[in-house]
Design a protein around this ligand. Structure first.
Ligand code: ARG
Length: 739
């Protein structure tokens, strides 16, 4: 019996190579590293059709979404789907822009928006779309400046200076935005040259009750029934070059656009996803994992959880507040749930334990081969994380909490206070002058005084709970306890009545007549000062440990690559995600989330009816959608059983930043948009879990159904390049015989 099992396992693990698809690969190496594998699995394109710098290729339809002034800090991915620059991304990626374009009267998050023609499209001032022109290995140039006598900080400075120089040279006088990034913890460097388009316009979006159906309850979960897509368009000047918004701009004619397939998905079908994954930690040591799980994540969960509680209370009863905080809330909720999931699943999937095994084997190899360079990396990491763990609390709690409400505003006056209480007369005058330039109104934009007031009080309570009495800044005992009998709500009310920093008017009045004495007496300012002191005391230690983790991660990963090359030469390593273009490939697959539980790889619109709760904050759905589903009026978008597939699962390896990425079949046609990962594999950013890890995609047919049948946006359906293969005969002999 046993023996058979061993063989069966070996076979399984060989199949695993074909089906379980770990790795976010750099497209420029596709031919060397992945092509044969991909072809075996069902890819029908040539390497040149995937990535080429001389010809148009698939990469030219993949877009990094950013916002100025850092357009290449991609938060999501988009793909071009028509000859006229039409762009698909997720609903949750367009969310912030759509919020900014909305008002309570025209709430496009709540009600959706569909432009009937170009002239109705709305400029999304803060969205940019970057196309990758080329990428190249610049490791030799960058690391060429490093000499043996440099310490880690000097090394960093030399590298950054070189990076700046190379980026400038490649920008061709501002035509391109080149970005150089470190890979494998600074052991390799690559340059990515982008062309950045800044005139991007909103074309279509469904109501949030479709685009965010299931809300935060369903977020990070399967089965999922969210129509997570929104539609934008990239505009250019008449010559196709990037240009700031202008009426005269025209839709971009792209080098490549993705056709959309109506064929749908079957289990085992080949899938590939291209996009801009943000960050993974696949080479993190067990010490880093333990620090995150035991120290860092719990702090953030504590703070964000309370912030969300306060926001929820007001958002759910007030439309204006709901709209105002929509994007902020969604971002916090997403990270909060992600960190809870990571803590749970890193433990449950025993990721740290697996790393300890790897680290033990690594050390055996180090000692056996006398690799002195790598000898101390792990023990140094252990020490660095232990030091960081001791101070993290004193950095994060005051840092987040002192940014809230009036304390956050008071912090902006710290520089003035220092100058005003010093002896340098010129400095004093300069500091008072600087106050005039403050854009006070902008500090209060997108914030509601009731929410901020409550948040301020709740955060002060949270802080008190997180620390021992003797560790609290002295305003707790001197002011809150002595003058307000420990009643934080009463204290917060007092601050909101009396502090300079409670309203824009009082801040402006102060700026008109600034005085260090008044500042010193202001409670919000005192809190800000005292919390800053807490942070400043912890910062040197925190920074030193941070530097030590970076330096030793660099050495550890260098050693690990050598270890793998010697011990497992058949294994190719892929670099961690770092917001650069990657390709991941896999297949459509179901999974078993727990013993005896089987999750199908597709879900249908029937699930929307099952989850539907009229009037609910998360599970309401538009009446029109419910009617269409009940009538099974799905048009050409139904599957072979007459059902409407909403989302499907694949084994592709993705992470945050990939949101909005196209998932494509072997012909490079769009079959859906990737938008999430699944709960059971929330540990996936640190360790890929082949058995459990899945990408959640919204099916292209559901997207088209919403555009066409739900919204009636036939103008867009006509613009898209929609394809359907001829149905294949089931058996040869069933073909109609020729006359
Ligand atoms: N989990 C998704 C991601 O990280 C975001 C989903 C947003 N939806 C939400 N309910 N907050 O890309």
């Amino acid at each position: 019996m046993k023996r058979i099992l061993v063989i069966a396992l070996a076979v399984l693990s060989m199949m695993g190579r074909v089906y379980a698809d770990e790795g976010m690969w750099l497209p420029m190496f596709v031919e060397r590293l992945n092509y044969v594998d991909m072809q075996k699995m069902g890819l029908q394109l040539t390497p040149e059709e995937l990535y080429s710098i001389n010809h148009n290729s698939l990469k030219d339809a993949i877009v990094g979404l950013g916002s100025s002034p850092r357009p290449t800090g991609f938060f999501c991915t988009g793909e071009i789907v028509s000859e006229h620059g039409l762009l698909f991304t997720n609903h949750h990626c367009g969310y912030g822009s759509i919020q900014k374009l909305s008002s309570v009267e025209h709430d496009y998050l709540k009600d959706g928006f569909w432009a009937k023609n170009y002239s109705e499209e709305l400029p999304a001032a803060d969205m940019t779309a970057s196309f990758l022109i080329r990428m190249e290995d610049v490791t030799k140039d960058v690391l060429g400046v490093v000499t043996d006598d440099m310490d880690w900080a000097a090394r960093g400075r030399a590298i950054n200076a070189k990076i700046k120089e190379l980026q400038e040279a490649a920008s061709e006088n501002g035509k391109y935005n080149p970005v150089i990034k470190g890979f494998f913890e600074g052991n390799e460097y690559y340059m990515f040259v982008y062309q950045v388009y800044t005139d991007v316009r909103l074309v279509g979006v469904a109501n949030s009750s479709i685009g965010k159906f299931g809300g935060d309850t369903d977020n990070w979960m399967w089965p999922r029934h969210t129509g997570d897509f929104s539609i934008f368009r990239v505009y250019a000047d008449k010559d196709g070059n990037p240009a700031a918004y202008s009426k005269d701009n025209v839709p971009l004619t792209p080098k490549h656009h993705l056709p959309i397939s109506l064929d749908g998905v079957q289990k085992d079908d080949f899938t590939m996803i291209w996009g801009f994954p943000g960050s993974t930690e696949r080479y993190m040591s067990s010490y880093g994992i333990d620090y995150n799980v035991d120290t860092f994540y719990p702090i953030i969960i504590d703070i964000f959880g309370k912030e969300l509680e306060v926001m929820d209370e007001f958002m759910q009863k007030d439309d204006a507040i709901n709209l105002m905080y929509a994007d902020n809330h969604a971002g916090l909720a997403n990270t909060w749930k992600n960190f809870i999931g990571q803590c749970t699943m890193l433990r449950k999937n025993k990721v740290s334990e697996a790393k300890v095994k790897l680290e033990n084997n690594f050390m055996l190899w180090v000692n056996r081969n006398n690799k002195t360079e790598y000898k101390d990396a792990l023990s140094n990491l252990k020490e660095a994380y232990s030091q960081m763990g001791k101070v993290a609390k004193y950095v994060y709690y005051p840092n987040f909490i002192s940014q809230m409400g009036p304390t956050g505003k008071a912090a902006a006056f710290m520089g003035y206070y220092t100058a005003a209480t010093g002896d340098d007369k010129d400095m004093k005058e300069a500091a008072a002058m600087e106050l005039q330039a403050m854009n006070v109104d902008s500090w209060f934009a997108e914030s509601d005084p009731q929410v901020e007031h409550k948040m301020f009080a709740e955060m002060l309570k949270l802080y008190r709970k997180a620390f021992a009495e003797e560790e609290l800044p002295e305003f707790y005992s001197n002011v809150i306890d002595k003058k307000f009998k420990g009643d934080i709500d009463a204290f917060a009310d007092y601050v909101y009545e009396n502090s300079i920093f409670a309203t824009p008017e009082s801040i402006k009045a102060f700026i008109a007549k600034p005085s260090a004495k008044k500042l010193k007496k202001d409670y919000a300012f005192q809190i800000s000062q005292q919390m800053t002191d807490v942070i400043m005391q912890a910062v040197p230690q925190y920074r030193a440990s941070m530097t030590a983790t970076q330096e030793n991660d660099h050495i550890f990963v260098k050693g690990l690559r050598e270890y793998y090359a010697e011990m497992y030469p058949e294994k190719s390593l892929y670099p961690d995600a770092n917001s650069t273009m990657r390709m991941s490939y896999g297949s459509v697959q179901d999974y078993m989330p727990a013993d005896a539980v089987h999750y199908d790889y597709v879900c249908t619109a029937n699930g929307i009816l099952e989850k539907y709760v009229p009037g609910d904050y998360e599970f309401d759905a538009p009446k029109r959608l419910i009617d269409l589903i009940e009538k099974k009026d799905f048009g050409p978008y139904a599957d072979e059983n007459g059902d409407l597939i909403v989302c499907f699962l694949s084994t592709n390896d993705i992470t945050g930043g990939n949101s909005g990425s196209p998932i494509m079949n072997g012909k490079g046609e769009l079959i859906g948009l990737a938008f999430d990962g699944n709960w059971e594999a929330m540990s996936g950013d640190v360790n890929f879990e082949p058995r459990l890890q899945r990408t959640i995609n919204v099916d292209a047919r559901y997207v088209l159904f919403i555009i066409d049948k739900y919204a009636g946006a036939t103008n867009l359906i006509n613009e898209l390049d929609i394809r359907k293969s001829e149905p294949k005969p089931i058996r040869e002999e069933e073909e109609v015989p020729a006359e």
